[in-house]
Write a protein that binds this ligand. Sequence first.
Ligand code: SER
Length: 590
Amino acid sequence: MNAKELRDAYVNFFKKRGHAHIPSSSLIPDNDPTVLFTTAGMHPLVPYLMGEKHPAGKRLVNYQKCIRTGDIEDIGDPTHLTFFEMLGNWSLGDYFKKESIEMSYDLLTEVLRMNINDIAVTAFEGDEDAPRDDETYSIWKSIGFRDDQIFFYGKKDNWWGPAGQTGPCGPDTEIFYDNGQPKCSPGCGPSCKCGKYVEIWNNVFMEYNKNDNGTYSPLKQKNVDTGMGLERVLAMMNGVKSAYDTELFIPVIKEIEGLSGKAYADNEKEFRIIADHLRSAVFILGDDMGVAPSKMDQGYVLRRLIRRASRYMRKLGIESGRMVGICEMIVRQYSDVYPELERNKEFVLHSIAAEEEKFGRTLDRGLRVADKMFEELGDERTLSGELAFRLYDTFGFPIELTKELADERNVSVDIKGFEERFKEHQNVSRAGAEQKFKGGLADSSDETTKLHTATHLLNAALRRVLSADIMQKGSNITPERLRFDFNFDRKVTPEELQKISDIVNDAIKAGIDVVCEELPYDDAKKCGAIGVFEGKYEDIVKVYTISGISKEMCGGPHVKNTSELEGFRILKEESSAAGVRRIKAKVGKL
Ligand code: SER
């Protein structure tokens, strides 16, 4: 089975069982400041897991682009990836444990052709927040699993979510491929890292909400959220030890062999880092909400990926300027499944070339200076935070690059010291950093709901005052303010800003009802609704209309009437990236 067949087989299996196929959402979460990237298929679905009605119904299936960058330093081993595709199916208050587990079992055995004896499963052992999941145990038993195939674990292993600090979560049952090798110890089980058990699927029974104060309360509805890593399953099905040995990576690995004249087998770590990081970079840049490399947030993660890849390319002896060719291959390889890559190809390749060139100018000199720093350490085996920061500030060395250089010389790095300097440099106050983890999609408080509606009014006002071509390039809402990025290539004048906020305030004063309709995508487009929509044409979408001013496709939630906003004030207008402006604004009595 190849990747395309696996995606199709998964989606069709669940479509046959009443699930609607929804498109992959953007990798850059909309309206969620709690995380930088979409990390799981459930992430864009948070409002619906919390009770909002999804226009496609209560049973959903998709494959979702995901990025997890918590373990950039682990990339290079056979299992870790920063970008991956997650196959997932959801019940939004519809079926629960029994049907979910039975469907999973049918897919594993009928579609993936697995043998029940090669499967092990887990269940939640219970604690003060939620009871032991005996129901899950009984369901697996009734299917035919033996006791020695079912393992109970605590929160660390058998509880998933929330994706940020608060939101939907619950106990899960994880499904593992048991590769048949002997147990490494009597206690060996799916939570053991010896390699006998390979996790392939996670079914989360999302019936809890984690609150701000750390407590758990029942959600309005009982949901199922499942996730299966496409790359990992593909490797398993093809009997290879790693995703890097599948058709998803082989062409790029071959290309790197050609460029470097070196064999993958002798340089696995370097090859994997380059292939993984460039694939992630292509997907971050090629997203419709794509960002360019920068010093902040997603842009900074992207920069680190490109620079780390660049350093490993140099290590393999590949000359500067070759990154673009590899990235072009990746765009070609994926653009039938993710057409946005082709749409945004020029931006992807231009940004890659520019970043490689920029870093290439300082990399060699930086490596020489770093060498000298390490030499001068003498017996002192720790590189200070100050020196690590100097490598970053002068030569653009991301900290993990410095750490790797240090590791190669058996030297440690004062990471804390580096981070302190880095924070001062970014001028991110402690309060600001913590703020990042509040709010988000899980927060449908009154304040954030008002700001969602204010964002629609602002979007409409910008189109009236500046240009009908204004498009949302990003949106981020905390309980205190909205932040809205849009395409515009000059500063907005004070007079224009005044006009924009007058339009929004007039709409608030007029007390207009906010009306929600569910329409087929085509009809929504025909009636002039704006909004980024990544779906298929037959999909049903929600359209929010504020009569006389705004009509926008959106998942909600929104206020019932604009008067609830009371007033609107623009706090700041600034540049966000080349050709993109950013407005921060708040609502409330003026
Ligand atoms: N959200 C769960 C996970 O990421 C299941 O999709 O594992």
